[in-house]
Design a protein around this ligand. Structure first.
Ligand code: PMP
Length: 401
């Protein structure tokens, strides 16, 4: 008998639990399409050459292991901001962006949630798209916010419900926080067009809403990090006080290094200094200060033109491999004379494909073919390779016809 004897078993995380189930499966045909982590065409994790070079550079510097400040490695944060907002961003030139290094994108969302709860009011609303990355909901709830959903995805068109989105933005109380996926929406792979972003920006401005961009895939959507930052930059140009969560997990392949940033565009340097001070007050009792290794790697890459160029080529190669797997998966399903349209596989972008498969179909594919992906029908395209794409197509076809 211990104090923990009555502790109930908690449910497994819907995505990470899937990996456990996959690992336990002994069938040789098994395929993992759950977690959004990039794999090469050999199905193995990839360490980018630009990252390997950065590792060597860091090693050569024989740096010490002192603590970073509460806000992290300043050089990293500066480069991270230029990466997202653009080197010529007027907000950066005017020194009015408050920023801290965070524990990847998850940490950035959590710190932002805490800031909103403190300064927009405990229990105030944050609007997230329906559907959204599953972890957004507990992150913001645990930070003390009320999570509300806005319309985003239309299952009938397998595309964006733009009218529904605009109407929910219109109806929300003025000055509400809206979480927007900057590019490569997870889980749907459906993004607004540039015209739609511009219209949304205008309406959000009229409503004085606070746009909070979650940018976990910059470079992964189109293969070009500048293009993928378009929406963020447009909102800043339109004069919004944008908040931004950045992750370098996917685009730099630095998943486990937990490297990201949170920033808030302010009116002037004085306001930015005050926001910065509050971010540090949120962070200090949570984890004191962030780890330095990932920050050092990203700093080496983004501060060196040749390495940056090499990185962009590698990022594009990852995006291109995913795009070619989309074409291949759709092609195989069509060749099997599937009765369903699979056009959305190639029209959606980013790491995921929202297949439209029902929960029952997903579970049947898991049982019959040992292919693991989430019950909402989301497939991580990064797990598809030229060796398994035909098997995945056949397995989908076997349950959908
Ligand atoms: N936001 C979105 C939309 C994501 O898909 C992810 C990764 N799955 C994250 C944030 C955060 O990931 P990480 O904490 O690994 O950067």
């Amino acid at each position: 008998m211990s104090v923990w004897s009555d502790m109930p078993m908690g449910p497994a995380d819907p995505i990470l639990g899937l990996t456990d189930a996959f690992n336990k499966d002994t069938d040789p045909r098994k395929v993992s399409l759950g977690v959004g982590a990039y794999r090469g065409d050999n199905g193995k994790p990839v360490v980018l050459d630009s990252v390997k070079k950065a590792e060597q550079l860091v090693l050569d510097k024989a740096m010490n292991h002192e603590y970073a400040g509460i806000a992290g490695v300043p050089e990293f944060t500066k480069l991270s901001l230029a990466f997202a907002y653009g080197k010529d961003s007027s907000a950066l030139k005017e020194n009015r962006v408050a920023a801290v290094q965070t524990l990847s994108g998850t940490g950035a969302c959590r710190v932002a949630g805490e800031l909103f709860a403190r300064f927009r009011g405990e229990g105030s609303a944050i609007y997230v798209p329906n559907p959204t990355w599953g972890n957004h909901i507990p992150i913001f709830k645990n930070a003390g916010l009320e999570v509300k959903k806005y319309r985003y995805y239309d299952p009938n068109t397998v595309g964006l419900d733009f009218e529904g989105l605009l109407s929910d933005v219109q109806v929300a109380d003025d000055e509400s926080v809206f979480l927007l996926h900057a590019c490569a929406h997870n889980p749907t792979g459906v993004d607004p067009t540039r015209d739609q972003w511009a219209e949304l920006s205008k309406l959000m401005k009229a409503k004085k809403h606070i746009p909070f961009f979650d940018c976990a895939y910059q470079g992964f959507a189109s293969g070009n990090a500048e293009k993928d930052a378009w929406a963020i930059r447009r909102f800043v140009d339109d004069g919004h006080s944008v908040a931004l969560a950045q992750s370098f997990a996917k685009n730099f392949g630095l998943y486990g290094e937990r490297i990201g940033a949170l920033s808030v565009v302010c009116n002037d340097p004085d306001e930015a200094a005050r926001v910065s001070s509050q971010l540090k007050i949120v962070i200090r009792p949570m984890y004191s200060n962030p780890p330095v290794y990932g920050a050092r790697l990203v700093t080496e890459i983004l501060s060196d033109d040749a390495l940056s160029l090499e990185w962009s080529g590698e990022c594009k190669a990852m995006a291109d491999r995913i795009i070619s797997m989309r074409t291949s998966l759709q092609g195989h399903l069509e060749a099997l004379k599937s009765t369903r349209s699979w056009d959305h596989i190639t029209s959606q972008i980013g790491m995921f494909c929202f297949t439209g498969l029902t929960r029952e179909e997903v579970l049947k594919i898991r049982k019959d073919s040992h292919i693991y992906f989430t019950e909402d029908g989301r497939i991580s395209m990064a797990g598809i390779t030229s060796s398994n794409v035909e098997y995945v197509a056949q397995s989908i076809f076997a349950v959908t016809g």
